[in-house]
Design a protein around this ligand. Structure first.
Ligand code: ADP
Ligand code: ZN
Ligand code: ZN
Length: 816
């Protein structure tokens, strides 16, 4: 008898054993997909982990349903990495699988089959069984796989369906091979007949009597000089206030030419890739140091101040790696926020770059996956957020983790709750590849690792072009309030600087880390503020939609006119968000263009790219936004950055609040004065003598690091202690309470005082589940794996207790 161990995309246990025949056993290899029955009627796609002859004890194995691949789609590197991840983050291989594979690979029994209506089908090509499916689909627009099983009266239908797909007869919706239709865009350029100045001049003369056409032409010149990329016809139309008829007539006259390009190929220069920039002296020194460091360390941290030109250094390293025929993974915290960077890299490396992004359609992701698997040159450089870590690399030579301090490298939910930066370090080791972390404000952990020689460290202290770091001024708004020098939320100092910048036609960025209008509405008569019915939080007022919204579960309701408790109509708002700042600005500066960038305004497709473009074209004077603003934007004309209120950052209840505030404020400040003139930053605060603000204002990372590290040592936090957080959730508060106390007591038997809690978090109920946390702290000298095994054994016993069967437990290793 032959068996295979299969990883299924469910969190129950590590692997499931199925039975195969000898031929199948010979054919199957680790990393191939199989469809297997599960439970009464489900079919799952799983990945073969192992083929063997060891009969499992205690249960009958079922045969598999279908083999789905001819070759493995997962390689040995990945399997090893998944196994590491499951054991390190205390989860199952199935959970890792689910995070790792694009859904397109995971055919489930829910999959819907439809007829492919765009193609005419030659029935003679279909065999009897295939025809049955085809016929069924003509009377019914779509069928589930299970329907097809009953129509054909056989359980094994994948082969039939695959053949029908090959014959283009059917389409399988969403889950598999959703057809990839590249989006096509139309572009306009000047006909090559007019490239000489002479001809051009004549042309403009002849168009004197066609002012509309002339306007289009002039706009095209302006746009081409502003942007190095191709000019889209819609953009041209918009900017020249024209219409398609005018543009078309110019094309007819052969003055303009139109051409079409796939959307995902448009970002880079069409004629040829730009030359890689030669590095400045200090960049060159840093690059040499990095290369030297790589001789001794697998991981190196590049600590380079904002706008020091880190990206250009990455570019050199990437160039070298691909010339050696290796693959490169460039990880970024949030890919949606980095359109600027992507086009910059595409300028250099053109088609060698693929972007991997969870917002891409399933088929696009499958496409990138396959390109990486087959080591295609067009996927030699991958740019992606944390999930790009899971791609089937086989020749990885270089990994870059840009903005390594960013919290979004950590996945909090669902499991695996992994940190992509740390997992990348392990991946690099498996591939014997080098890893470069980069940041202007490194995380305490990484800097600690660098200082203690676990990583190499290279610093770049000068901005590119020797531009000075922005000048940071702290403004005491308590004082300003007392002296009545505040207009709304703006101090006189901030207004002065805004006016100055506007006068000089420079742009301004204002940062407020809360969205909405105001976080709390309070009745001045009885003091009650409206709460979310599902969560223990106050609702946030959004003036624009006149709604109260919960930022935890999305619940919303129209704003009430009077207090729900006492009926009084004196409702007051407390605190403020981006919406309120935007409105105040519109009143203060009615003649200027004001825009807002936060989760609420960024929902629409391309909203982000549009704002960036508008900023670059100087169509926006003042941009208000949340931390989205801090993510590596590079603008030429921003001379002033204002922080509306630094205090709520600092007061956040988390052991990293101070470190994070420092990082965020430095990053936001870094958006000012990136070219030419020295930038100015105004930080408004009630507490200008706060240590962190003082450190921000003089750009003193090292002092911040020393102080914070001392706090961490004293209060037993990372990097001195490791942490594992167990979260207990229950509909009933009482049950949650009992369960968490049981757990704490069980854990304490061995781990004693290093078990903390249960502690109720500031928001004690979300989506109708009560929440409590248990924290396990692990000192350096204590074995991590033994501790994890112990926790696992406790959780196992917990799961056997009937009373707790409805308690949700999550385990988060390195929960910070
Ligand atoms: P960082 O990533 O460190 O914030 P960037 O790489 O974005 O800095 O560089 C800041 C600015 O300086 C960018 O506009 C970039 O194009 C420019 N720059 C950096 N290095 C060079 C170079 N060697 N030659 C020309 N321009 C450069
Ligand atoms: Zn009231
Ligand atoms: Zn809620």
């Amino acid at each position: 008898m032959y068996y295979i161990d299969v990883i299924l995309p469910i969190p129950l246990k590590q692997t499931f054993t199925y039975q195969v025949n000898k031929d199948e056993a010979i054919f199957l290899k680790t990393g191939m997909r199989v469809a297997v029955p599960f439970g009464k009627s489900k079919i799952y796609t799983g990945i073969v982990l192992k083929v063997h002859q060891l009969a499992p004890q205690g249960y009958e194995t079922k045969p598999i349903d279908q083999i789905l691949d001819e070759f493995p789609i997962i390689n040995e590197f990945q399997i090893k990495h998944w196994q590491w991840m499951a054991s390190y983050y205390l989860c199952t291989l199935g959970e890792v699988l689910k995070a790792a594979l694009p859904n397109g690979f995971l055919l489930e029994s829910e999959t819907i089959i439809t007829l492919n209506s765009n193609v005419s089908i030659d029935y003679s090509e279909l065999n009897d069984i295939e025809f049955l499916v085809f016929e069924a689909l003509q009377s019914q627009p779509s069928l589930h796989i299970n329907d097809i099983r009953s129509i054909l009266d056989r359980k094994n239908v994948m082969g039939v369906l695959n053949n029908l797909i090959k014959k283009k007869c059917i389409a399988i919706q969403e889950e598999v091979y959703e057809k990839y239709r590249p989006k096509i865009k139309r572009f306009i350029k000047l006909s090559s007949r007019y490239t000489s100045e002479e001809n051009l001049k004549n042309l403009l003369d002849t168009l004197k009597r066609a002012p509309k056409q002339r306007k289009v032409l002039m706009t095209l010149f302006t746009l081409s000089s502003q942007e190095k990329k191709a000019i889209e016809s819609v953009l041209l139309q918009k900017k020249s206030n024209s219409n398609s008829a005018v543009i078309n007539s110019l094309i007819k006259k052969e003055i303009l030419e139109e051409y079409f390009i796939q959307k995902d190929r448009v970002e880079f220069n069409l004629d040829k890739n730009s030359e890689i920039k030669s590095l400045s002296e200090s960049q060159t020194v840093a690059l040499n140091e990095i290369n030297k460091s790589f001789n001794q360390n697998d991981v190196t941290l590049l600590h380079g101040v904002t706008s020091s030109g880190k990206t250009e250094i990455y570019v050199q390293l990437i160039d070298l790696a691909i010339k050696q025929g290796r693959q490169v993974l460039y990880m970024l915290p949030e890919i949606a926020l980095t359109t600027q960077l992507i086009s910059r890299l595409q300028n250099y490396f053109g088609e060698k770059i693929s972007v991997y992004h969870s917002k891409y359609s399933i088929s696009e992701r499958v496409e990138v996956w396959n390109n990486v698997l087959n080591n295609k040159s067009k996927a030699q450089i991958i740019i992606g957020a944390r999930s790009s870590l899971f791609l089937p690399f086989s020749k990885l030579g270089l990994l870059i983790v840009d903005e390594e301090h960013e919290p979004s490298f950590k996945q909090y939910a669902p499991s695996p709750r992994y940190n992509a930066r740390d997992s990348a370090v392990v991946l690099a080791k498996f591939h014997a590849a080098k890893l470069l972390m980069g940041s202007a404000t490194p995380s305490l952990e990484s800097f600690y690792n660098a200082i203690n020689n676990r990583y190499g460290l290279v610093s770049l202290k000068k901005r590119f072009g020797d531009i000075l770091m922005p000048e940071i001024e702290l403004v005491d708004i308590k004082e300003k309030h007392r002296k009545k020098l505040m207009k709304g939320h703006f101090s006189d100092r901030l207004l002065e600087e805004i006016n100055e910048a506007l006068k000089n036609k420079e742009q301004i960025i204002l940062f407020q880390n809360r969205r909405g209008y105001s976080p709390v509405i309070e009745c001045t008569t009885c003091g009650i503020s409206p709460q979310c019915p599902n969560c223990d939080v106050s609702l946030t007022f959004h003036q624009y939609k006149n709604q109260l919204r919960c930022h935890y579960c999305g619940y919303h309701t129209p704003k009430m006119i009077s207090c729900i408790a006492c009926g009084s109509e004196t409702l007051d708002s407390k605190g403020f968000g981006t919406e309120q700042i935007e409105l105040e600005l519109k009143e203060l500066f009615p003649d200027h263009q004001i825009a807002r960038m936060d989760q609420d305004t960024m929902k629409r497709k391309n909203a982000y790219a549009k704002i960036i473009e508008a900023l670059e074209l100087k169509e926006i004077d003042i941009l208000v936004g949340t931390q989205m603003l801090a993510k590596g934007l590079d603008f030429r004309h921003v001379s002033l950055v204002g922080v509306m209120n630094a205090d709520n950052l600092l007061n956040f209840p988390d052991f990293r609040a101070h470190e994070r505030s420092f990082q965020l404020l430095q990053q936001v400040a870094g958006r000012a004065g990136r070219t030419k003139k020295r930038g100015k930053v105004i930080i408004q605060t009630f507490n200008p003598y706060h240590q962190i603000l003082q450190q921000v204002s003089v750009n003193n990372f090292e002092e911040m690091y020393d102080h914070q590290l001392e706090d961490r040592r004293q209060f037993k936090y990372p990097p001195f202690y490791r942490m594992i957080k167990i979260t207990v959730k229950e509909r009933s508060f009482r049950k949650m309470d009992i369960a968490s106390i049981w757990l704490v007591n069980a854990l304490k038997l061995k781990l004693n005082k290093n078990v903390l809690g249960p502690e109720n978090p500031p928001v004690g109920r979300i989506r109708n589940l009560f929440i409590t946390h248990i924290l396990v702290k692990i000192p350096k000298e204590q074995s991590l794996s033994k501790t994890k095994n112990y926790i696992n054994s406790i959780l196992k016993s917990f799961n056997t207790i009937k009373e707790f069967s409805r308690v949700h437990l999550t385990v988060d290793v390195d929960n910070y």
